[in-house]
Design a protein. Structure first.
Length: 476
């Protein structure tokens, strides 16, 4: 499908032209509320139907609280690692999980309130309830306070998100068998936490709870943790996990989890049984797409129930768009927000740049963090992309030595001949910040000389990005 062009004429004319356009959005997560703000700012009449709380799972049960928990875990890691710097403590350092979780819930609630205030200030009407399609140009809302309302729309955006996937033989009970949305109700630190699933969610929580003081066992059905990430990066993280006392069971598939008298028992496919105090199920997500009128409105979904969209967020039904985790495109809050913004601009006739996943940066919030952007090592190794590369160990960086950072690296990829940077991996503390110059280089098509010639601070971790670019010049 081709991308629509913007209406001809001035910006004022465009705004007047769409001043009466009615946009209805189902779901108040990043895809939904960012889309609402874009549409409202150009003069559309916007109604957002939200069931679970503005900000969605990203704010209330996922990104904001989980990264808040990981921040606390990072402090614990820094405290423990600081002994190598000569820092001494009179007693043991620990956490009060009830206080930690209370703060995380307050943080999520406050962020949700900020999102709501922003929406209302920009003129977005917020309807509390559950929305479903009643054809391609109408939304039926079942109101939380009772009753219902029918909302006519010139364009509709579905941004209903996703929820934790559950195993039939390991249903979360909120006490001992937990999904990641239920962790914030714990008042005491799990003594022995079994984490099922070694993807991003499983790895992040496993690392966090190990740092907080739990004995963690990470169960992976694959041959390593983070099977979807850069293999070199995953190897570094697995070594760090094991050095810090975590038990990592690779090629071990969990088939069931049950309560025992004082904890949990997890059955593995090979017949082994693991015991612990709690188990966290981190086995993926399912889209919230059931019962919202997709089939009746002619909207195609894939075998997993995710809504099929093109690069400007259009579904198979004219005038209906979708954004965020319910599309399964790339389950990041930043991508959801971009999808939502693109959808509204396209629906309102503005020129848009289709979603380009090749320039999306992502981060795994473990310790060390793993940040990536652009072309992957897998694409290079398979021959799909012809590229030169360099991997520079973080241990050679002066600032890293000062701070006793031993684990990690900077890896850059560039096109042979031109030296244009097309991808990179950073494994380091605050890799989510260090990836930014690499992300800029990929987005702007900079070559390795342009990256290397920019000044960096000495000593700094970012100096490793510049040094990697200098070394890559010789190989490209």
């Amino acid at each position: 499908m081709s991308v629509g062009a913007a209406p001809q004429g001035s910006g004022d004319l465009c705004a007047r032209m769409w001043a009466v356009a009615k946009m209805v959005i189902i779901g108040g997560g990043p895809g939904g509320y960012e889309a609402a703000l874009v549409a409202a700012q150009v003069g559309a009449e916007v109604t957002l139907v939200d069931r679970d709380g503005l900000g969605g799972s990203a704010v209330l049960t996922d990104v904001v609280p989980s990264k808040g928990l990981i921040t606390v875990a990072g402090v614990m890691d820094e405290v423990n690692d600081s002994r190598a710097l000569g820092v001494r403590f009179a007693g043991e350092v620990g956490v009060d999980l009830a206080v930690v979780n209370g703060r995380l819930k307050s943080l999520a609630t406050a962020q949700s309130a900020d999102v709501e205030a922003h929406l209302l200030a920009d003129g977005v009407r917020v309807v509390r309830g559950s929305g479903r399609l009643d054809g391609p140009d109408r939304v039926a809302a079942e109101l939380t306070a009772g009753g219902s309302e029918v909302l006519d729309a010139d364009a509709i955006l579905i941004a209903t998100g996703a929820q934790p996937r559950e195993l039939e033989a390991a249903r979360p009970d909120g006490e001992r068998i937990l999904s990641w949305t239920q962790l914030y109700d714990l008042s005491e630190l799990p003594a022995e936490l079994i984490v099922i699933g070694s993807g991003v969610t499983g790895a992040e929580f496993a690392g966090a709870y190990q740092a907080l003081g739990s004995q963690v066992t990470l169960v992976s059905s694959r041959d390593r943790v983070l099977p979807g990430e850069d293999a070199d990066a995953a190897l570094v993280l697995e070594e760090v996990f094991q050095r810090r006392g975590m038990k990592v069971l690779s090629q071990s598939r969990a088939v069931a989890a049950s309560r025992t008298e004082d904890g949990v028992a997890v059955e593995l496919k090979d017949g082994r049984t693991l015991t612990g105090s709690h188990v966290l199920m981190a086995v993926g997500s399912l889209p919230n797409t059931d019962g919202i009128g997709l089939k009746e409105s002619g909207i195609d979904v894939d075998d997993g129930g995710f809504i099929k969209v093109d690069r400007v967020s259009r579904t198979s039904a004219r005038g209906v768009y979708a954004a965020g985790d319910c599309t399964g495109v790339l389950m990041l809050a930043s991508v959801a927000a971009m999808q939502g913004r693109i959808a509204m601009k396209h629906a309102l006739g503005e020129a848009v740049q289709p979603l380009d996943l090749s320039v999306v940066s992502s981060n795994v919030f473990t310790d060390p963090e793993i940040a990536t952007v652009g072309v992957t090592q897998r694409q290079i190794d398979s021959g799909e992309v012809n590229a030169a590369q360099v991997k520079l160990p973080l241990a050679t960086n002066a600032r890293a030595k000062m701070q006793e950072f031993h684990d990690g690296f900077v890896k850059l990829f560039c096109r042979v001949g031109t030296g244009i940077v097309i991808g990179g991996v950073v494994v380091a503390p605050r890799a989510s910040e260090l990836i930014y110059p690499v992300s800029l280089a990929v987005r702007l098509g900079l070559n390795v000389d342009q990256v290397a010639d920019a000044f960096t601070i000495y000593p700094s971790l970012s100096g490793s990005v510049s040094e990697a670019a200098r070394q890559l010049h010789l190989r490209s």
